[in-house]
Design a protein around this ligand. Structure first.
Ligand SMILES: Nc1ncnc2c1ncn2[C@@H]1O[C@H](COP(=O)(O)OP(=O)(O)OP(=O)(O)O)[C@@H](O)[C@H]1O
Length: 596
């Protein structure tokens, strides 16, 4: 079955507005709770980063204090003699502040990057526990957006966010303490305004969260459409639809632009209002400060230092209230990452299940019925009973949609039957480990999948420890050695590099070499000649015959010539049931008990 058709059954139609759905809302506290474990192991570094930045803030207080002395002891009395000492002190403290801030910011970046690395790796590890059909329930492009930009937004919340909050709070204490020390009356007047900041931060934070959810969803749609558009570029060219593809990407981009601008309007309005508040606060200080000056309660330097502390105070206040918008965006991103981590495999390994040992390769299905949870609920396969003796080749044929690829998925346990059993050497696949099934069975899927790596590494993918001689032998067995040797860099040629592309037939022979190298006793070949022209298909027949020789093989094919090479043929009807006339292949379930 081709990938595009599979997508249409598993994922929504691209024109559907639900192309990338909104993930369910998650409260910020829940987000923090869920993602803190990835920060926890760096909590000492978190403390260090916060301490460095807090010390940087403390030394800024000292700088302002020295600035006050400069005014009161040098400028106002016009006494130049005191200049050098104070100026020297200010320069030294400025250098120290710079060093502390640099180290603090570097530590914060280090923690942030490690967090993203760990979380992304954990997500990818989880995604790799899912069978391909489950992965296909989300658009690849959207998954990429979740693994990159959404994870970055979570980071800004749970890792950098923690340092920012702690540093801002500590700085607030330092600057506010210094302001109170200079003039508590003036400080009280200014701090009376703080509830206004708090309430408006809450108001703006909530709105930003709502808008960010939409922006995150739109971001996912752009990446999904981009990925699909580039992956299907050849269809677009062949059907002269390049313009439509560009319009599609632009359309999604414009929707993202609108969503981002709506978020930015609210997110940036708040700091703008804060700037106005800052000026108003400054005017209050000057007004009240002039009064304090007139009654001798404050010096000119003291007043200017107070104003400077106030300016410094606005930094952490802006940072703290800006965090409301960071929280909003992070919470929207977190919802989408949590959604990924909640995808569950329909296939479960029984705890304590033993490995398969010394597999002979007897495959059997007994009374198998299978359906897809994502489908219409009707069975795709019914009453499938078959047996393939060790070393035997069974061809499975039937019309398109009969369930042949579904049978292949059952045989490698990408899914389980709703009824009946699938056994290898008499052991129900549900009673052994997934790793040992995959160790014994090689699936050659319909679409040949190669990596952007050297030809050598592509062949050795299933056995990275293989020697060069073994790799060359596998390529020879697959009739691939000659074309590989003719490439300028031979086995070291990197696919995709300098535009290196292989033909469909060459690609197929490379994947056959990969299967040769694995040398498993059981093979599932899903349409191994599909998509090849007659000449290319003929070229893979001989290597395929060599590959199947002595191995239990289920050969799914529409190719009558290829099916003719099998020891037996099993025909599925359009309704997913075996057609009458199949030679009776008796199977009696899974006689080897591996139950608990
Ligand atoms: N992941 C899925 N979710 C829902 N339905 C699916 C899924 N995969 C396949 N189907 C449906 O199951 C049925 C059998 O599909 P399957 O791919 O097994 O057929 P096939 O015989 O291999 O077809 P072809 O010869 O065209 O490759 C089809 O109706 C298909 O739409």
């Amino acid at each position: 079955m081709d990938t595009a058709r599979k997508r249409s059954t598993a994922a929504p139609d691209p024109s559907d507005d639900e192309l990338v759905a909104l993930a369910p809302a998650v409260a910020p506290r829940e987000v923090f709770h869920r993602f803190w474990p990835w920060v926890r192991q760096d909590r000492r570094w978190l403390l260090l980063g916060t301490a460095l930045l807090a010390l940087g803030a403390a030394s800024e207080v000292v700088t302002v204090w020295l600035f006050k002395d400069l005014i009161d002891q040098v400028l106002v009395p016009r006494r130049f003699a005191a200049f050098w000492e104070i100026a020297g002190g200010m320069a030294a403290v400025a250098a120290l502040t710079g060093l502390l801030t640099f180290l603090g910011n570097y530590t914060a970046t280090w923690i942030a990057e490690r967090f993203m690395l760990r979380l992304r790796t954990a997500c990818v590890a989880h995604l790799h526990t899912l069978p391909p059909d489950t992965l296909r329930t989300r658009w690849h492009g959207d998954v990429l957006a979740r693994l990159t930009s959404d994870i970055a937004r979570i980071e800004a919340f749970v890792a950098s966010g923690v340092i920012d909050v702690a540093t801002a709070l500590i700085s607030l204490v330092f600057f506010a303490g210094a302001a109170f020390f200079l003039s508590w009356q003036l400080a009280l007047a200014v701090f009376a305004m703080s509830p206004v900041f708090w309430l408006s931060a809450r108001h703006f934070g909530g709105r930003v969260q709502r808008l960010s959810r939409e922006a995150r969803r739109r971001d996912g749609r752009v990446t999904a459409v981009l990925e699909e558009s580039l992956a299907n570029a050849s269809v677009a060219h062949a059907y002269n639809q390049q313009r439509r593809e560009v319009d599609r990407v632009r359309g999604e981009g414009e929707a993202l632009l609108r969503a981002e601008l709506a978020t930015a309007r609210v997110a940036n309005l708040y700091p703008a209002l804060l700037d106005v508040a800052e000026v108003l606060g400054g005017l209050v200080v000057v007004g009240l400060g002039a009064f304090e000056l007139s009654r001798g309660a404050l010096t000119v330097g003291g007043l200017l230092a107070f104003a400077a502390f106030l300016t410094q105070l606005f930094g952490p206040i802006q940072q703290l209230s800006g965090l409301a918008t960071v929280f909003g965006a992070a919470s929207a991103g977190a919802e989408r990452v949590i959604d990924l981590t909640q995808l569950r495999s329909p296939v479960h390994e029984r705890p304590g299940a033993p490995d398969l040992r010394a597999v002979r390769g007897e495959l059997s299905c007994t009374g198998v019925r299978a359906s897809y949870a994502t489908g219409d609920g009707r069975p795709v396969l019914r009453d499938v009973t078959l047996r393939v003796a060790p070393g035997e080749v069974l061809a499975v044929t039937g019309p398109s949609g009969a369930g042949k690829s579904t049978l292949a998925k059952l045989l490698v346990r990408f899914m389980d039957p709703d009824a009946g059993t699938v056994c290898l050497d008499g052991v129900d696949l549900r009673d052994t480990t997934l790793a040992s099934i995959r160790q014994a069975v090689t699936l050659l899927p319909q679409a040949s999948q190669l990596f952007s790596a050297s030809i050598r590494d592509n062949i050795a993918y299933g056995r990275p420890d293989a020697t060069d001689d073994e790799i060359v032998q596998a390529a020879r067995d697959a009739d691939a050695h000659d074309f590989i040797s003719a490439l300028p860099h031979g086995y070291q040629s990197v696919l995709g590099e300098n535009g290196l592309q292989l033909s469909g037939g060459q690609t197929r022979r490379l994947t056959i070499a990969r299967a040769f190298l694995r040398g498993t006793p059981v093979l599932i070949l899903d349409e191994p000649t599909a998509g090849l022209d007659r000449a290319a298909a003929l070229r893979v027949v001989a290597p395929l015959r060599r590959l199947m020789s002595g191995r239990t093989t289920v050969l799914i094919t529409h190719d009558a010539g290829l099916a003719g090479q099998a020891d037996a043929v099993y025909v599925l009807g359009a309704d997913g049931a075996p057609v009458a006339g199949n030679r009776q292949r008796r199977s009696t379930g899974c006689p080897v008990s591996r139950g608990p």
